[in-house]
Design a protein around this ligand. Structure first.
Ligand SMILES: C[S@@+](CC[C@H](N)C(=O)[O-])C[C@H]1O[C@@H](n2cnc3c(N)ncnc32)[C@H](O)[C@@H]1O
Length: 659
């Protein structure tokens, strides 16, 4: 396999930054120009450790001036709150809400309420914390925004979301011992189907109202018209087959880790596996949402947002609940908050966000260092194959991320405002550099499935919303046709077998290029460039054709005991065929009969998908694929399609979103 170093360099660069967007690229090119090729190759390129590289860019006279000069200017850049804007949006929201009361027909009412909700969401996002701007709404803009939105949500029948907003409104200063508040509570509970609680809330409202019963009568009338709405059930993670592995966290007890010189460490079956066995359910060590989804997904759990809850300080990100907000803001977000737009504006890749997150989410500096160093020691980083250029770019990114941490007071109040790192800061930059290497080869893209209102499968689309680093999943090697389906429940990665495995057979994921879509040459170039290895999987060894070029041919296993050989479909089924390996005459009649049954099951499974019966389709695919692999081997067009369909069905049990 020829080695294309330029392509490898381009691939590698993209894992750090965008070439087109952001200021980081210019910073890197400026530093590179000022240090010159000679220094880069003969000095920096000769350094043998990350610590030496980091030290070099902060202290070698060839580079340190432009580095320090730029980093000195790092300042907070983030989306600020704006009370006036928030109050105006709330007024708009209230206007649409009011209009909805006199709407003609349900459609118009819903439309007006949706518009009201949109304005209320903006109001929530931009409202400052209590008393930050006392000149507007007496400093209660945020509380009023939540209260307004609660009213709209009640009208939309979204009781739980309304109740959450009411609680937030009270937390942020709205008078909660009022008739209006308890009437709203009663309606929210009623929409949730919680009659008893609705009743109690109404009674409290009655007590507070005293003789003034007008509000209560109206509320009672409204309550009688509310029909509880049921929410779609949330996706659940499946059970691991035979429980959790004691040595590989998050993996099932039916796999193990092995190592060879050519392929490094990789996961194999430790037992016989069946199609559909759940082999891994793992939470990420760290995961980050891609910036383009900051407005549509929860920053913490990646759930799609309907009623965002905001950070009290910035307007750049949103959460699905007060709980997610609390967890994030007590942890990583307190350091990232004021630098979000700067990070985005730098053009750095999502992998750099993850590297930073490993530190910002740690309970303390020592824990951050310990996690980062253990990841660098335990995961593949291809340290020996990197070029000086690549190291320079990553070292500069590490320095930039360190500067963010300095400015975000990650190290507490520093003695000086200067960039020059202290000893412990140098250790952090060194570990960041290690993470930037490890993440390149080990991070997973996180996706959700977008389904249409009409059908769960037709027109469904995979949407990549972020990326994460998974400790155990990082040990799975690639094959150009994977033996597992990878899907997500929130940020949790699930790997399920899409074929049966024999003991010691590799359990392979796919890093991007599938043989069904990308030809051998392109795949090899891609894998060499992006992951620095040459693939020797069966699809590559036998140069399997692309799916569209694959005919209906099938190869059957020789049926004699202990013979492992794939035979072509017999020309004449009534006659025995001679196996070239074991030299025995065998009959393939039974195999052909089983294949006919398999094809029938594939058709039934496809019909179940058509009928949107996901669980039934999964069971049928599992049964059929298991039988297929007993009698025959890949590539077989219908089985490849069945495996792909099984992946779609499994992903449908994970995180989905209705457009
Ligand atoms: C996510 S890691 C997988 C675990 C890795 N083998 C290890 O020892 O840490 C990705 C790296 O594994 C190696 N790798 C993955 N699949 C491979 C394969 N089919 N053959 C050889 N090496 C492979 C490549 O070096 C790749 O960059």
């Amino acid at each position: 396999m020829e080695y294309d170093s330029t392509y490898q360099q381009i691939c590698s660069m993209r894992t750090v930054q965008s070439e087109k967007k952001g200021f980081f690229n210019e910073f890197y090119l400026d530093v590179k120009e000022s240090c010159g090729d000679k220094w880069l190759k003969n000095c920096f390129g000769q350094l043998k450790s990350n610590a030496a590289r980091v030290l070099s860019i902060f202290s070698d006279r060839e580079v340190c001036d432009p580095v320090l000069g730029v980093l000195e200017h790092v300042q907070p850049v983030f989306k600020q709150k704006e009370a006036l804007f928030a109050a105006q949006r709330r007024a708009q929201a209230d206007k649409y809400h009011l209009l909805s009361l006199s709407a003609v027909g349900d459609l118009e009412r819903k439309d007006l309420l949706q518009q009201a909700l949109m304005h209320a969401n903006l109001s929530v996002m931009r409202a400052p914390a209590r008393d930050v701007d006392a000149s507007i709404d007496d400093g209660l803009t945020l509380a009023l925004a939540y209260r307004s939105r609660a009213g709209i949500l009640i009208a939309l029948g979204e009781g739980e979301a309304a109740l959450n907003d009411l609680k937030l409104a009270a937390n942020y200063g709205v008078e909660s011992k009022s008739v209006d508040y308890y009437c709203k509570m009663a309606k929210a509970y009623a929409a949730m189907g919680e009659e008893k609680r609705a009743d109690i809330s109404l009674k409290i409202a009655e007590k507070l109202a005293g003789a003034d019963t007008g509000h209560i009568v109206a509320c009672r009338q409204e309550l009688s018209t509310i029909t509880p709405t049921t929410l779609d059930p949330e996706a659940k993670t499946p059970q691991l087959t035979h429980g959790e592995n004691t040595e590989l966290r998050g993996a099932a007890n039916v796999v193990k880790l092995v190592e060879t010189k050519e392929k490094g460490r990789f996961v194999v079956a430790s037992d016989c596996l069946k199609t559909g066995d759940v082999l891994l359910c793992e939470n990420p060590v760290a995961a980050c949402l891609a910036p383009i989804f900051f407005g549509s997904h929860c920053h913490h759990c990646f759930k799609r947002l309907r009623t965002p809850v905001c950070c009290l300080h910035c307007s750049g990100i949103a959460f699905c609940s007060a709980q997610c907000m609390g967890e994030a803001c007590d942890s990583y977000h307190r350091f990232e908050c004021e630098f979000m737009d700067l990070l985005i504006g730098s053009g750095m890749s999502i992998l750099c966000f993850i590297a930073l997150r490993i530190f910002t989410q740690a309970t303390n500096l020592e824990q951050g260092l310990a996690t980062a160093n253990s990841l660098f020691e335990n995961l593949c980083s291809h340290e020996d194959q990197r070029q000086a250029d690549d190291y320079l770019q990553r070292s500069l990114m590490a320095a930039f991320l360190l500067r963010i941490l300095q400015k975000a007071l990650y190290f507490g109040r520093r003695k000086t405002e200067g960039v020059n790192p202290t000893a412990v800061e140098l250790q952090v930059a060194t570990s960041l550099l290690g993470l930037l290497q490890v993440l390149q080869f080990n991070a997973h893209e996180i996706y959700e499935t977008m389904v249409t209102e009409e059908h769960r499968f037709e027109g469904s689309k995979v949407v990549f919303v972020g990326a994460g680093l998974y400790g155990t999943a990082s040990y799975f090697n690639h094959e150009c046709w994977p033996s597992v389906a990878a899907y997500f429940v929130g940020k949790r990665l699930v790997l399920t077998a899409t074929k049966p495995h024999r003991p010691n057979e590799i359990v392979a994921v796919n890093y991007g290029p599938l043989f069904t879509k990308v030809n051998l040459k392109e795949r090899q170039r891609n894998l060499r460039g992006r992951y620095m290895f040459s693939c020797t999987c069966m699809a590559c060894q036998e140069n399997w054709p692309l799916l569209q070029k694959l005919d209906k041919q099938v190869r059957f296993w020789c049926t004699s005991a202990n013979c492992v050989y794939l035979l072509k479909f017999p020309k004449d089924l009534s006659k025995d065929v001679r196996c070239p390996r074991c030299r025995k005459n065998i009959s393939l009649k039974e195999s052909v009969a089983k294949l006919i049954k398999v094809e029938e099951l594939y058709r039934e499974a496809a019909q179940a998908m058509q009928d949107q019966k996901t669980v039934q389709a999964i069971e049928l695919f599992k049964e059929a694929i298991d039988v297929f692999f007993q009698i025959a081997g890949l590539p077989h067009k219908d089985t490849l399609i069945a495996q792909q369909s099984l992946l779609k069905c499994l992903a449908d049990t994970g995180t989905t979103f209705k457009k």
